[in-house]
Write a protein that binds this ligand. Structure first.
Ligand code: AMP
Ligand code: MG
Length: 363
């Protein structure tokens, strides 16, 4: 089944849906595809997802095939109604209702003990399941009309940066899925925050669009932030299954130049520039990923502005587009500035460090 399926090119139907004016006829059509075990790419507020009926193991297997995703990398299940939690888990911890009430729908994924009903394929054989309720009208309506939770990883071929626009998915996933719903750009442009509250104290498995400080305030507990969640080392399989696979990587080399102190930005960017200049003098064509505050210090070199350090929401949102741009530009190597690891800065540094393949210099 799998080899035939992979070699098959599917006729992909593109449905353009304006999130502020839902085409219910299109959503009914897409929901029918989910119900019959097909694949639908849909927008969420974080990134685009590649969805199938979470309760249908054959449909779930198709997700892994379409993405080229290793089978031991579990998927997140998306729900539209809090009652669906009781299908997915029969041991919901007391913190969950608090977190759900405060952050759902929204970019928070919670790890729960799984129920018998969840097919083992979704959870890659684990005893736990990852669940979230997305805050996007198209995603919510699609799940509701499908009358089933939808398992969906990011809709990129495995290893690539996550898609943040309909254009990205059309470019990379045509012929691999039944339906692509194009609703333009996503809001956050970076994946959900994943928290494991089956552990005490809770553990951050992946920083994302929701700052971890917000979670701590709500559950009134400190969350453990392991080194791998900062993007400093590979995750160990026992603690964060599947995490070893995420690289968000451009195909060209990326070097991250960090500082422990971003208070003197002029001095910092002169160091970054000195580093880039050395590469240029050695014949490399270089692009620098900068911030609005520092762009002025780079002369006669390609620059990609990620946004203002005072607005990390903007930087996170621009990040994957910039990583994709690295591949399109006529350059050999990209050099990126670092950001302070607070709030969304933690998320940004996790993605940058991993995208660089841990190619990190500290100055
Ligand atoms: P993606 O949807 O591509 O952003 O990837 C989802 C990530 O969620 C996976 O790579 C896993 O690391 C994580 N995940 C999903 N289910 C579980 C689980 N049951 N336990 C721990 N991590 C999980
Ligand atoms: Mg992904």
């Amino acid at each position: 089944m799998s080899i035939e399926y992979m070699s098959m090119v599917k006729p992909t139907r593109i449905l353009e849906i304006d999130p502020s004016n839902l085409r219910i006829d299109y959503l009914v059509e897409a929901a029918r595809v989910i119900k019959y075990g097909g694949l639908v790419i849909f927008p969420t507020e974080t990134v685009y997802g590649l969805g199938a009926d979470a309760m249908n193991n054959l449909a779930v297997r198709k997700i892994f095939e379409a993405k080229g995703r290793p089978l031991d990398n579990p998927l997140i299940i998306h729900i539209s109604d809090i009652d669906q939690l009781n299908i997915l888990s029969d041991n919901v911890k007391e913190e969950v209702p608090h977190l759900a009430e405060k952050f759902w729908p929204g970019p928070l994924t919670i790890i729960l003990y799984k129920s018998e009903k969840v097919p083992r394929e979704v959870c890659a054989g684990l005893e736990t399941v990852a669940v979230r309720m997305p805050a996007h009208p198209v995603a919510l309506k699609l799940i509701e009309l499908s009358e089933t939770p939808i398992a969906a990883p990011s809709a990129n071929p495995a290893g690539r940066p996550s898609p943040t626009s309909g254009e990205h998915v059309k470019r990379e996933m045509m012929g691999k899925v039944d339906v692509i719903i194009d609703s333009g750009e996503t809001l956050y442009g970076v994946e959900s925050t994943i928290i494991d509250i089956t552990r005490d104290p809770p553990v951050l498995l992946r920083p994302g669009a929701l700052p971890v400080e917000e979670i701590e305030k709500t559950i009134k507990k400190k969350v453990v932030i392991p080194e791998f969640a900062r993007g400093l080392i590979e995750a160990s399989e026992a603690i964060a299954p599947g995490m070893k696979y995420r690289h968000y990587a451009p195909s060209k080399p990326l070097q991250v130049i960090e500082s422990s102190d971003y208070s003197n930005l002029q001095r910092y960017s002169l160091e970054v520039f000195k580093y880039a200049k050395r590469l240029i003098d050695n014949g490399f064509r270089v692009a620098i990923l900068t911030s609005t505050e520092t762009i002025q210090y780079y002369r006669k070199v390609e620059v990609l502005n990620l946004g203002s350090r005072k607005n990390l929401f903007e930087v996170a949102r621009n990040l994957y587009r910039a990583l994709r741009k690295i591949d399109e530009l006529d350059i050999d190597i990209a050099v990126s500035e670092g950001f302070e690891e607070r709030g969304l800065g933690l998320t940004i540094m996790n993605r940058l460090r991993k995208a660089s393949g841990y190619n990190i210099i500290r100055i």
